[in-house]
Ligand binder design. Structure first.
Ligand code: XMP
Length: 517
């Protein structure tokens, strides 16, 4: 298979487990340098790869001075590749090459100012004093032979150091986080000037290559895919469609727990830019029958996942033969490193269209497998997919079933659909929608007393959940203006019968999660 991105010169980020390692790869992608994350244990494999123009060693939670700490072998330093060590990576470099580390007396964490001592090299063109973000215990006390200091702080003498002859660079702070004001420029200098990468990894180049790679992979076979109306599957299907035209067969399954009017919308939108109309399968009844009486969140997910596979298989049985199954797997889904996935991936089993293939036995086409979410949006724009579709909030595969706490019924779905519709209409009309990562209404399994007119009511409560986030791994509750909240609450209570109370969820993730189930 022709691997997308395979010919590009690249920077490999060896991950030592920092919470922010993924940001290093993203910063590189943002400046149009192709980058890959690998666990640090892959250090040997990358040395002979001529496409690897440089290596970044990430930060990590361990101490180089501990006996079992993550290491790279001595050959790593002999390979002639430029290296940028960040935090743990810098300590590892200095320790391995003959410098001396001082164990942490106490951790330095947060803002610091560096004073630049060497205005060329890594810090070229940057202010003499600038803010950086520190997070370290140990520090470098004595540099290895050949190294010189590039910057210091009033706490540490070697905030940045280098051996320019061997192209080895180290920074004690984190250039990948936004708090380091000029961090992106340092990363760019490393990639372009020090590693010498001139290649540009752009959405336009990606689209051309992806189309060629898909054609190369599938030949004259037909390709099956499932679409959900979400950004990933829409961009994936459009790319495959551009590559194979009407040999793509896209299927949309309505599982009965979609948002109000969503299925019509998805059908209409996708048919507008695919060569061949999608196959729509209205299977809401099957899903709701199987969900009847089930309250446990993971059971609900499992039922929906399994029913999806069954319905999808049944609906496409007579439409084949298909040689391939295309799916919208993204880069973060397949990065091996633990620090990328975070704890939430084991807290909830995520069944979505990504869960299909292993069971179906097709060969996979995964044109987005190297992309981060924001890159998928850029590719979508390049393909001419309208912005309102690309900026849609994420929506979980099990849909409203995980927002109806407890048992799911057709009546509950209908009630929640109407509340959810009002919530998103008001977020859009007040200009809040795009600043929010994800928003949804949740139907609570409690009833409370209210009064409407002169009547006592005893009805359901609906919770509103809206969060800001970069990637869904961590999130904060969105500061929606109170007058917008007031309008949403009024409208839901007046327009959705069965609801007499609306509350706003002010929990962040962690310790809460985005969805309530
Ligand atoms: P949590 O609730 O874990 O959600 O903070 C993080 C992101 O994942 C989405 N989510 C799911 N997506 N199948 C999916 O396809 C699922 O079972 C599922 N559960 C949560 C959630 O909407 C949020 O964007």
């Amino acid at each position: 298979m022709t691997e997308i991105g395979s010919t590009h010169p690249r920077i490999v980020v060896l991950d030592f487990g920092s919470q922010v390692s993924q940001l290093i790869a993203r910063r590189l992608r943002e400046i149009e340098v192709f980058s890959e994350m690998r666990p640090y244990t892959a250090w040997r494999e990358i040395l002979d790869d001529p496409r690897v123009a440089g290596v970044v060693l990430s930060g990590g939670p361990a101490s180089v001075l501990e006996p079992q700490s993550p290491q790279v072998g001595a050959e790593f330093w002999q390979a002639g590749k430029p290296v940028l060590g960040i935090c743990y990576g810098m300590q590892l470099m200095c320790h391995a090459l003959g410098g001396r580390l001082a164990p942490a007396a106490n951790r330095e964490y947060g803002h610091a100012w560096i004073e630049v001592l060497e205005p060329d090299l890594l810090l070229a063109g940057l202010p003499a004093r600038q803010p950086v973000w520190m997070s370290h215990g140990d520090r470098v006390d004595e540099l290895p032979p050949g190294f010189a200091a590039l910057a210091r702080t009033d706490q540490i003498p070697f905030a940045a150091a280098a051996d320019p002859a061997r192209r080895f660079y180290g920074v004690q702070f984190h250039p990948e986080v936004a708090h380091t004001a000029h961090g992106a420029a340092m990363i760019e200098t490393f990639a372009r000037r020090i590693c010498g990468i001139t290649d540009r990894w752009t959405a336009a180049a990606f689209v051309d290559e992806a189309i060629a790679a898909i054609r190369g992979q599938v030949g004259s076979a037909r390709v099956l895919c499932a679409v959900s109306g979400g950004v990933d599957s829409t961009v994936m299907a459009t790319l495959v469609d551009r590559a194979v035209g009407d040999r793509l067969h896209a299927v949309y399954v309505d599982n009965g727990v979609m948002r109000l009017g969503e299925s019509d919308q998805v059908e209409h939108d996708l048919n507008a830019f695919l060569h061949k109309p999608i196959q729509r399968v209205d299977a809401g009844r099957v899903f709701l029958d199987r969900l009847a009486g089930v309250a446990e969140p993971e059971r609900k997910r499992k039922i929906i996942g399994e029913t999806f596979i069954e319905v999808f298989t049944e609906a496409t049985r007579d439409r084949g033969p298909f040689g391939f199954l295309a799916q919208g797997t993204l880069y973060p889904d397949r990065i091996e490193s633990q620090s990328i996935h975070g704890p939430s991936s084991v807290i909830k089993t995520h069944h979505n269209v990504g869960g299909l293939p292993a069971r179906l036995g097709f060969e996979l086409v995964e044109p987005l497998r190297d992309l981060f979410k924001d890159e998928v949006r850029r590719v979508g724009r390049q393909l001419g997919i309208p912005d309102d579709l690309l900026s849609r909030h994420p929506f979980p595969g099990p849909g409203l079933a995980v927002r109806i706490l407890g048992e799911v019924s057709a009546a509950a779905v209908s009630l929640l659909q109407r509340a959810d519709r009002i919530f998103s209409e008001e977020l859009r009309s007040s200009g809040q929608y795009d600043a929010i990562w994800q928003a949804g209404a949740i139907l609570l399994p409690v009833r409370s007393v209210g009064v409407m007119g002169d009547q006592r009511t005893y009805e359901h409560a609906v919770a509103l959940r809206a969060v800001t986030s970069l990637d869904g791994m961590t999130a904060d509750w969105a500061r929606i203006p109170t007058e917008v909240l007031a309008r949403i609450s009024n409208r839901i209570i007046n327009e959705v019968s069965g609801v007499n109370r609306v509350v706003y969820d002010i929990s962040s993730k962690p310790p809460s999660t985005i969805e309530w189930e």
